[in-house]
Every structure is written in structure tokens, then in C-alpha cells.
Design a protein around this ligand. Structure first.
Ligand SMILES: Cc1cc2nc3c(=O)[nH]c(=O)nc-3n(C[C@H](O)[C@H](O)[C@H](O)COP(=O)(O)O)c2cc1C
Length: 415
């Protein structure tokens, strides 16, 4: 019976344990988690979502405070088009986050950064270019393009000296999205080094509509493998979404995938950035406590616990401090929903906004409890303590469980 450790993900001569821990913004997949995974020989992700805020917390910088001070005059104005990011500061924050992480790297694994196109930051092209270039400048091993089709992202990096040496990959949920990406980038003469194929059971935003339940990861991986074979393209496929055990991973590694990307099982590890209180909520969740809804202003469905404080919250949009989801015209679907609710309840101090949420503020405060479909199984991966809480695991324990387990077994931690 095979186990994950019988397989290797190959990039040229480099061999890796074929386990990738997916990016989880905002700082849920911390540098600490990514470093641990790279030490163990796999691939860890950090995320560049709200990187100024992450830098402020990690390095005591004051990017957010400065931005708030600069745009304080606009707080009561529903037009946010003047609230811009300072590109120099965006570069500085990204370089700090990436640079310090890469300096601390040990072991034979790699550290990638997850870069979401949907973080449009009131100047989509300009800010994305700075994010990509700064991560490359700071020595990141690879960039995973996510939450968007990224049709122009390779071109934004084309003039960077590391464009052909850093590992660059994209997350897709259909063969069509991959075809579009490859067609659009054909003239750059540079294929992605890997393609993450993310199915409908993943956490975070989904690359599916509300009919997500009609799709299945095995089928999509098979479709994309077949397409790549027909086109004579050798690009490693990384299967993601709902891979809960080492045996689940093996079923993909034996059927066209070169690695798996996992996340949910690491959300309750010590190295994960979620507060311990939230980790306990994840442990406690039952299947019926998890939903896919449309409250994200990005327009993508998102999976989360139904008890997420962000659902129904009517806080004032906080774009003068954050503003990561402002589109190129300074709009965000939450601002629209918030203003409609204000109009319906003139003078009211506590409004509830049901349709959308202020994702920046709630992700920043760990109040949007996004999670994978298999979260309800996390309680089976640990022990219940005398105080009723569940025992938090180490990333090493979970990583090795994926790497060595057989027969759908899950190793419990030492007491
Ligand atoms: C808490 C959480 C946050 C996530 N955030 C992001 C994100 O910011 N960007 C992204 O591309 N994927 C995100 N994902 C998706 C993961 O990177 C990964 O591909 C997927 O969840 C793997 O499936 P699994 O959670 O069933 O193992 C997130 C997943 C979780 C569980």
C-alpha cells in the first residue's frame, strides 16, 4: 500500500515531499507555518493579503496608522476613489514580509507566496505589479496566482530578472480557465511551473458558482491531465480541496497529480495564525455548521462557519485604513450594501448588513471564519482535553501524518 512519501514532486533536479500547504490570508498561513513546512521538505505558502497590516503586526511598522491618518478626512464620505495605496510603502511591506521569511528558511523545501488578483486595491494593475515584483525582489521561491484569472499577471513580471527562474504557478478550477491562461500567455514563451487544481471543497473563495456541489476534484484533475497530455505540455498538477488524509492524497498522486495542496488540517495547528479561540470553533464544527455563501464583496462564493461574526455585521467600511477590495473606481460591494442599509434605517447606529461583509476588517480581525468543507472532521484528528477543549496540534505532526499514513488512518497526537 502506497503512502505519500513514496512520491516526489520534481522541479528540474529538485525533489520535494509532494505536500503543499495552501496560502491562507490574512496571515492564517503564517511565516511560521510556511517555514515549518519548508523545513520538513514540502512547500509552504505565505500570503500577501493585507501585507501592510501583516508587516505592522510582525515588525512593528506603522503602515496602516499612516494610511488612516492620511485619509481620515474621507471617513464619512461614501466615495472612496481618492483612497490610494502608496506603492513605495506597499513594496516596503511586501519586501519585509517576504525577505524576513526567506532569511529564516531552513531545510530543503520551498516557500511560495499566494497572490490574489481580487485584491484590486483601487489600482489593480499598478498594485499587483508592485506586489509581484517586490516578492521576487525579496527572494521568494515561487508565486501562486489565485482568486482571479490572472490573464495579465505573467506579463506584469516579464521584465523582472527572476521571471524565468522563480517558480510561478496558477490556481484554476476548470480546464477552461487553464486554457484561457495558457492562450493569453503563449507569446511570453514561459509556461507555469505548476498548476494548482482546486476543487469545490476548498476553504476561502471558490472558483465555482453556488452550484459548486455538482463538481468533483477527481474529475477536474482528470480533465486537465487529459488536456495537458493532448497538448504535450508537461506541467505538474497539484490537487487541492478536501484532501483530508494521506490516503486521499495518494489517490490523486496515483491519478495524474504531482502533489496535493492542503490547508484545512493545518488551521488548528499551533503555527497557524488563527487565535486559539477560533481554532476551537473549527474543532467543534459539525457538517451542518458550515456553509458556502455570497457575502464576500469579491463576487466569489466563500465557505465559512455559519457562526462567523462577519455574517450580518454592519460595521462602517474601513477603506481609509485598509481598502484592499476597492476596485479601480474606488467601489466595493460592501460599501454599496452598507449604504443601502443606512438609507433604509436613517439615524440608526446599529445596522445589520446581510448581503455582503466588510471582508478586510473581518479577515484582519479573524472574524471571518472561512474554512474547508472537511472542517467538521478536524475533531477526529486530535484528543479532547479535560477542560472540554481540543488539543492543538503541531504542523510537524499533521505534515508527517499526511506523509506517512496509510489506509485512511489519522495519527492522534501524543497526550
Ligand atoms: C482558512 C482558509 C483560508 C484560505 N485562504 C485562501 C487564500 O487567501 N487564498 C487562496 O488562494 N486560497 C485560500 N484558501 C484555500 C487553500 O489555500 C487550499 O487550496 C484549500 O483550502 C485546500 O483544501 P483543504 O482546505 O480541503 O485542504 C484558504 C483555505 C482555508 C482553509
Amino acid at each position: 500500500m502506497k503512502r505519500v512519501d513514496d512520491f516526489r514532486l520534481r522541479f528540474g533536479k529538485q525533489e520535494l515531499v509532494p505536500i503543499v500547504i495552501g496560502g491562507m490570508g490574512v496571515d492564517i498561513s503564517t511565516a511560521e507555518l510556511a517555514l515549518e513546512v519548508s523545513r520538513l521538505g514540502g512547500i509552504g505558502h505565505i500570503s500577501d493579503a493585507m501585507v501592510q497590516d501583516v508587516s505592522d503586526r510582525r515588525f512593528d511598522t506603522s503602515f496602516v496608522k499612516e494610511k488612516t491618518r492620511q485619509y481620515k478626512y474621507n471617513i464619512d464620505n461614501s466615495d472612496k476613489s481618492s483612497v490610494k495605496f502608496d506603492l513605495g510603502q506597499l513594496a516596503e511591506a511586501t519586501q519585509l514580509h517576504v525577505g524576513k521569511t526567506m532569511q529564516a528558511k531552513r531545510g530543503d523545501g520551498l516557500i511560495f507566496i499566494n497572490c490574489m488578483e481580487k485584491l484590486t486595491m483601487n489600482a489593480p494593475r499598478e498594485t499587483l505589479r508592485v506586489r509581484l515584483h517586490s516578492a521576487l525582489d525579496a527572494g521568494i521561491d515561487g508565486i501562486t496566482l489565485s482568486a482571479g484569472l490572472h490573464l495579465g499577471s505573467f506579463a506584469l513580471m516579464e521584465d523582472h530578472p527572476r521571471f524565468r527562474d522563480a517558480k510561478l504557478g496558477i490556481i484554476v478550477s476548470s480546464v477552461r480557465a487553464l486554457q484561457l491562461f495558457l492562450r493569453k500567455n503563449a507569446k511570453l514563451n514561459r509556461l507555469p511551473d505548476y498548476v494548482v487544481v482546486e476543487g469545490p471543497l476548498a476553504g476561502g473563495h471558490l472558483g465555482f458558482g453556488m452550484d459548486w456541489a455538482e463538481y468533483d476534484l477527481h474529475t477536474i484533475v482528470a480533465d486537465i491531465s487529459k488536456y495537458l497530455e493532448a497538448e504535450k505540455l508537461t506541467i505538474p498538477l497539484i490537487a487541492a480541496g478536501g484532501v483530508f488524509t494521506g490516503s486521499d492524497a495518494v489517490s490523486f498522486l496515483e491519478n495524474g497529480a504531482a502533489a496535493v495542496q492542503v490547508a484545512t488540517r493545518f488551521t488548528i495547528t499551533k503555527e497557524c495564525g488563527l487565535p486559539d479561540k477560533v481554532k476551537q470553533e473549527y474543532f467543534k464544527a459539525n457538517e451542518g455548521d458550515i456553509e458556502v455563501n455570497t457575502i464576500s464583496p469579491t463576487g466569489y462564493p466563500m465557505r465559512m462557519l455559519k457562526s462567523t461574526p462577519a455574517i450580518g455585521s454592519g460595521i462602517r467600511p474601513n477603506c481609509e485604513s485598509y481598502g484592499y477590495l476597492l476596485d479601480g473606481n474606488g467601489s466595493c460591494a460592501y460599501i454599496t450594501a452598507y449604504n443601502q442599509e443606512l438609507e433604509r434605517n436613517p439615524g440608526s447606529k446599529n445596522i445589520a448588513v446581510m448581503g455582503k461583509t466588510c471582508l478586510c476588517t473581518h479577515m484582519r480581525n479573524f472574524n471571518c471564519w472561512t474554512c474547508g468543507h472537511t472542517t467538521y472532521r478536524l475533531k477526529d484528528t486530535t484528543r479532547r482535553l479535560d477542560d472540554g477543549n481540543y488539543q492543538i496540534l503541531s504542523a510537524e505532526h499533521v505534515f508527517k501524518d499526511y506523509q506517512f499514513s496509510v489506509d485512511q488512518q489519522i495519527a492522534l497526537p501524543a497526550e
